[in-house]
Write a protein that binds this ligand. Structure first.
Ligand SMILES: Nc1nc2c(ncn2[C@@H]2O[C@H](COP(=O)(O)OP(=O)(O)O)[C@@H](O)[C@H]2O)c(=O)[nH]1
Ligand SMILES: [Mg+2]
Length: 231
């Protein structure tokens, strides 16, 4: 097994030094839940926030971890996530998402762009049929349907549908940035509906393939949270 190369704290270093001064004025304590099927990037995103980046050989583990406090910087803002759980994406563990989902103010739901590509390709082969055509899409739909009542009955008013793995989505280069985002939004419409509709759900897209891309995606997520809190 390759030995994971972990770069501690190097991640935020570039932005953090400059940002720290400005960031001090804005500190937000927040309870969020990070949900999504296996390999959607939950652990990678959480580790990024913790200032830890596993460069290669990340163990594909669904072992649960609990973090009492995670301090992170996004843009010129500082956030403190309280009681953040890194959950398993295994279908047999989905019931364990309920507690964190109901107790959190914001629910992040991660989906993989590569699963969306597969579904679209499969659908193209069945132009007259009705999906889901792939297991990946079915899992996304099923778990979104599961989350819905927890959002209805819990504390969370905002769900950020976060598309990861966009670096591996050929449609990004084919369509260009803006059209790609619109395309994703269109494809994800049924998932947004399953989660409760556009009043509650915001879609953001990006990737977790490098610390820089993770930082950009994290900033986009936080921008949505801050914008929603201001409304
Ligand atoms: N290329 C690429 N790899 C990713 C992305 N997100 C996650 N990964 C990789 O996918 C694997 C599983 O990620 P992990 O965070 O453990 O997923 P989890 O099962 O949701 O916790 C790791 O090797 C990550 O480096 C992404 O956006 N792009
Ligand atoms: Mg994980």
């Amino acid at each position: 097994m390759p030995i994971p190369i972990i770069i501690y704290a190097g991640i935020a270093a570039a932005g953090a030094v400059g940002a720290a001064v400005a960031a001090r004025k804005w500190r937000r304590s927040l309870r969020i839940a990070v949900l999504g099927v296996n390999d959607s990037g939950k652990s990678t995103l959480i580790d990024f926030w913790r200032g830890e980046w596993v460069e290669e050989g990340r163990a594909h583990t669904q072992a649960k971890r609990n973090f009492d406090r995670i301090k992170t910087v996004a843009g010129d803002r500082r956030f403190v996530f309280r009681k953040l759980a890194d959950l398993s994406g295994d279908e047999s563990d989905w019931a364990e998402w309920k507690g964190p989902a109901e107790a959190s103010a914001v629910v992040l739901y991660l989906v993989r762009a590569v699963d969306l590509v597969d579904e679209e390709r499969a659908a193209d082969l069945h132009p007259d049929g009705y999906g889901p055509f792939t297991k990946g899409w079915e899992r996304i739909e099923d778990s979104a349907g599961l989350i819905r009542p927890w959002l209805d009955g819990g504390r969370a008013k905002l769900c950020v549908l976060t598309v990861t793995w966009c670096d591996q989505d050929p449609r990004q280069a084919e369509l260009g940035e803006d059209a790609y985002r619109k395309h994703l939004a269109g494809q994800l419409e049924p998932i947004v509906l399953k989660l409760g509709g556009t009043g509650r759900v915001r879609v953001v897209a990006g990737s977790l393939e490098s610390p820089a891309s993770a930082g950009a995606l994290s900033d986009r997520i936080m921008d949505q949270i801050v914008a929603w809190e201001r409304t």
